[in-house]
Design a protein around this ligand. Sequence first.
Ligand code: HEM
Length: 478
Amino acid sequence: IQVFIERKLKLPPSPFPTLPIIGHLYLLKAPLHRTYHKLSTKLGPIFSLQLGNRFIVIVSSPNLVEECFTKNDIVLASRPRLIIGKYVGYNYTSLAISPYGDHWRNLRRFNTVEVFSTHRLNMFISTRQDEIRLQLQKLYEKSKHDFVRVELRNVLSELTFNNIMRMVAGKRYFGEGEDNEESKSFRELIEEVFELGGVSNPGDFLPFLRWIDYKGFEKTLARVTAKIDVFLQSLIDEHRRYKNTSTMIDHLLSLQESEPEYYSDMMIKANIMLMLLAGTDTSAVTMEWAISALLNHPDKLDKARAEIDNLVGNERLIDESDISHLPYLQNITSEAFRLFPAAPLLVPHESSADCKIAGYDIPKGTILQVNAWAIHRDPTIWDDPTTFKPERFEAGEVAPPKLVPFGMGRRSCPGSGLAERVIRLTLASLIQCFEWKRIGEATVDLTEGKGISMPKAIPLEAMLKARDVLHKVLAEAS
Ligand code: HEM
């Protein structure tokens, strides 16, 4: 800050006091989006913090989000080098973590065409439907006679994890016959990374803590990611031996043949790791929140079910092509994205040159965070903002910068289309196939827990019972 004062910069307001060495680190309490929200009610929609040796700016209004990701989009398209990126991002080379530049552009292009294009997503429709059906079958076995108590978190994370694994590697990792030790420990390692990612690591802001490896953070991260690396390498080796043409690994391996240096094994592993980290929990957590909110509003659950029954009837399971004819279901997912954004502060950006936001000077190297969670609950934008009300979207689609669960601009989430497909079809299937009740009279607790993707503090449990459609479809099939 001293340097900025000497340069006579006009910086965004910041809280008092700034302590020597640690700056405002003393203010950071989890969950961060709530802490930032409180600060923004005092300091305004743009404010700054000095966290150790890093200067951070937090914005929390649609106008400022727009200014950041239109006028300043390129300058703000880089990422800070946080310690976790060294390990999880294979030395800052993976798409989500790499700095803005040619390498990022290449990766983004590859993923847009080979993973996230409509053509590629359509190729995996039957995989998604198959994974959902497998989970429905399991739940059916438990609930075909009467209401049973079920924990949903595992069901949903198994579903999203298998979906991504099948796109990436053409194989499931969980399920009958595959619940072996190898897959279990792989999943546990991925969960460990999520937990590590959820803590803001003081070593990122106070370099001397990094030298002494404060709380062994870096050592743990290195140990866990080294183990994951072994799994990922074995997946690649397997694909080298048995060629299949449609998975992401096969595509990257064929590119490796012509450009071995660029499409190295490390680059491929970084891409797989990213898909698993960015694409599984985010969707699972969103669905868990959505079902929780519906259980607390049974009238809305009934309304969604009536819409589905009307369109699909009870002779067949809903499929992806039905979703566009279900506006209320789509409104439910929009409302879940609004109230429970799985990345409440998006992913941190970094300015690669000096720029201005709201007339303030933003020096090169500033970390920018967007408080999407606060924007989504701002009473000047939304009526009755803390209430779950899918009807609010009946007036028409709401887009960025007001609704930004996937961010905005060139660094926004490339997986949003996939996430929407998985979330909508899974929710629709669960609503179509089961009667739902809360465990008791009390409403489902909606407290946020710790972790990178804003999980529920208490995993969701609910009572469910199979409906007619499942008896018909599954009994016929067996
Ligand atoms: C509910 C589900 C999801 C949410 C809420 C979500 C949200 C986000 C957000 C907020 C960002 C950062 C935007 C920014 O930097 O401003 C992001 C980036 C990213 N997401 Fe997602 N995401 C979801 C699902 C997925 C899925 C399913 C995938 C892939 C399988 C995915 C892959 C990525 C990647 C690769 C990036 C990095 C993009 C870059 O840095 O260029 N996401 N996501």
